[in-house]
Design a protein around this ligand. Structure first.
Ligand code: COA
Length: 254
């Protein structure tokens, strides 16, 4: 099982468990996570959802091989189902990050309600280096959180972010020692057991209402652009370079 789920003490825990591939995410894994969020939604005993990875890796992002074989086709693709389930979840979503959070692993933070990370966490959105573009609202939400110029370093140049920088950019709430991140996140999630669920739901909805329609518009534009770029020669060069363990060469492109 590469996605493990568990419900206890009012919290639905979704664990990404594919350490041999650095928790790279496949279509099947997105599907399972989308279903787990939907089930948490239906389950009245669940007050909050916690997403986490392994003690030394959150996720290496999209599985690049799977990405080439099964490119996301429109809004029905499991990756969309997962991100929409996460972004539109009525219940609070908390994320615990240990180790690297690459690509969608960083993008999804902008949709979570709370994010906690280890001091060894490393974030990156290397979409441009992969011949792709920002996804799932990050072209709007990252500049909104961190300011345009900082976001440009991270989205245009793909510069990695340390835990401190992610905190400065308001992508995470707090940095903790690696061994404490998950427990702290679960403790925060369990606090919702003592709060009135309808008030939590409505307050969350209102907090996101201001830019919801704009976010949805940007997500649709990003999705179309991303799907187009995924078929490009630039992306092919970038993906081949990763698997051939060499630097990509974009010098022939205009
Ligand atoms: N897709 C498919 N396979 C991946 C992967 C990905 N995104 N990330 C890692 N893997 C695989 C590697 O191919 C390797 O497989 P192998 O053992 O069969 O050769 C295995 O996972 C271990 O990866 P490795 O790169 O050796 O681990 P590392 O600790 O040196 O580096 C990362 C970890 C996350 C920094 C590095 O794997 C990485 O940069 N991955 C790609 C990230 C990326 O570009 N993601 C896409 C974002 S859209």
């Amino acid at each position: 099982m590469t996605i493990k789920t568990d419900n206890a003490e009012g919290v639905c825990r979704i664990e990404i468990a594919r350490p041999e591939k650095k928790n790279a995410l496949t279509v099947a894994m997105y599907q399972q996570m989308a279903e787990a969020i939907a089930a948490a939604h239906e389950d009245g005993s669940v007050r909050a959802i916690v997403l986490h990875g392994q003690p030394d890796i959150f996720t290496a992002g999209n599985d690049l091989e799977d990405f080439m074989k099964n490119p996301p086709a429109g809004m029905d693709a499991p990756v969309f189902q997962f991100m929409m389930a996460l972004g539109l979840a009525e219940k609070p979503v908390l994320v615990a990050v240990n180790g690297a959070a690459v690509g969608i692993g960083t993008t999804l933070l902008a949709h979570a309600d709370f994010a906690y990370c280890a001091d060894n966490a490393m974030f990156s959105m290397p979409f441009v280096s992969l011949g792709l573009c920002a996804e799932f609202g990050s072209s709007l939400l990252v500049p909104l959180a961190a300011g345009y110029h900082k976001a440009a370093e991270k989205l245009l140049l793909g510069e990695p972010m340390s835990a401190e920088e992610a905190l400065e950019m308001k992508l995470v709430n707090r940095i903790l020692p690696p061994g404490e991140v998950l427990e702290h996140t679960l403790r925060q999630a369990r606090r919702f057991n003592a709060l009135p669920p309808a008030s939590v739901r409505e307050t969350k909805r209102l907090m996101k209402a201001g830019w919801r329609s704009l976010t949805e518009k940007i997500i649709a534009d990003e999705a179309q652009t991303f799907a187009h770029l995924l078929k490009s020669a630039e992306a092919k060069e970038a993906f081949n370079a990763f698997f051939e363990r060499r630097k990509p060469d974009f010098s022939r492109f205009q």
